[in-house]
Design a protein around this ligand. Structure first.
Ligand SMILES: [Zn+2]
Length: 399
């Protein structure tokens, strides 16, 4: 049986209390916004039904089999919350740690093919992360990964951020980067007309295109602002450089009414600017390996700008800390390490379990406190750290 909708997945998982073979979940399941609104206990139970078969599969992969050899699937089946399952699994770190855990980046540098286990038949592309903290990590991404993530980004991030099929979107992102590709595809998924900047186009040419095509929505990066540097990573055109070149294009009196801005966090001055000119502004948290992870909307009172609702599927994140040698979720208001698990796999997707990608975040609000109606927690203050492994004492088990 092929599960093609959120409803069919829910009936299999929650109602019939069955474990779900993730090889038979369609990509479209992860575009359904219902994920963000259902009862948190039901969502959690449903995710356990999908997660267990993923762990079973991972146990056979080169990357996990040594660390997971003692993981007992039967004992994990007793948990009704996916968090409780993940808290009992080893962590996969991005970099080597001082207590001897081998990082994924180290393994990938030695043999990039390690990421391809079980996906040898799949059409793959290699994207390199931007390497904002040192060496870029090469990542194999399958065609299915791209399709699934762009659906999720379009329907669960762009739409709540105010983009719709009437809009014409200009994206300044580099199409050679995964984020640039996904923004283009996600826009198309929801029926937008998308115009992407060619890498050689300068500020003037970008403004020409925006004006002549009557663009009303913008996707642009905005890194933290320093006085002398308005340039974006990889030679991109930033939001602020565009605004400074032609501010009349923006806001209620201009052509561009909505903007999707990344490069966490959005600087406070940009947030204030957007408020003052009535520009709808939202952002999504993700990285080369995982898009999207969390998103802000323009609907709620707590999920604005840098305060973002966690998305459950196609990846799930958990903010954790170590306490007495055990891993636990942080409490509201606490800062912790971000762990990512790829749950929405169909046949031929990359498996990441409890991956410490190097980010920290604060759990700002627990589930159900935002007026937008989403039943997911909100995270904030997302930061990249050099050595996530050093945040933990080494008492837990690691890959
Ligand atoms: Zn909200």
């Amino acid at each position: 049986m092929y599960l093609t909708s959120f409803g069919s997945l829910w009936r299999e998982g929650v109602k019939r209390k069955r474990f779900i073979d993730s090889n038979y979940i369609s990509e479209e399941v992860w575009e359904d916004i219902e994920w963000d609104y259902i009862n948190p206990d039901e969502r959690s139970f449903l995710l356990t039904r999908i997660l267990i078969p993923v762990i079973e599969k991972a146990k056979k992969e080169d990357l996990y089999k040594e660390a997971y050899k003692d993981v007992d699937i039967e004992s994990l089946k007793k948990y009704e919350r996916f968090e409780d399952i993940l808290l009992h699994l080893p962590i996969l770190f991005k970099d080597n740690t001082s207590f001897g855990a081998k990082g994924l980046r180290h393994l990938v540098e030695k043999d990039p093919q390690i990421m391809k286990h079980g996906r040898k038949e799949q059409a793959c592309e290699v994207f390199r992360s931007s390497g904002s903290k040192g060496i870029p990590t090469p990542t194999y991404i399958t065609t299915k990964d791209i399709r699934l993530e762009s659906h999720a980004l379009g329907f669960r991030c762009f739409v709540p951020g105010g983009f719709d099929d009437e809009d014409r979107l200009y994206s300044t992102y580099n199409l050679a980067h995964k984020g640039g590709r996904l923004i283009q595809l996600a826009g198309r998924c929801i029926g937008m007309e998308v115009i992407a900047r060619r890498p050689e186009d300068n500020l003037e040419e970008v403004i020409d295109m925006i004006s002549s095509y009557k663009v009303n929505a913008l996707a642009a990066v905005q890194p933290p602002i320093t006085d002398d540097d308005l340039s974006a990573k990889g030679g991109g055109v930033t939001f602020l450089s565009l605004y400074k070149e032609n501010f009349e294009l923006f806001g209620e009196n201009g052509m561009i009414k909505k903007a999707f801005i990344t490069g966490f966090p959005i600087p406070e001055s940009i947030v204030n600017l957007a408020k003052s000119i009535n520009l709808k502004l939202f952002t999504t948290y993700g990285c080369t390996e995982f898009i999207p992870l969390a998103t802000s909307t323009t609907e709620g009172d707590k999920c604005l700008y840098n305060d973002q609702h966690i998305l459950y599927g196609p990846h799930i994140i958990m903010v954790v800390k170590e306490s007495n040698g055990k891993l636990e979720r942080v409490a509201e208001g606490e800062k912790g390490m971000v762990l990512v698990t790829t749950i929405g796999i169909t046949d031929g997707r990359t498996i990441y379990l409890n991956y410490a990608l190097g980010d920290t975040a604060v759990l700002k609000w627990e589930a159900g406190k935002c007026s937008c109606g989403r039943t997911t927690p909100i995270i904030s203050d997302i930061k990249r750290t050099d050595h996530p492994g050093e945040m933990l004492g080494g008492g837990c088990r690691y890959v």
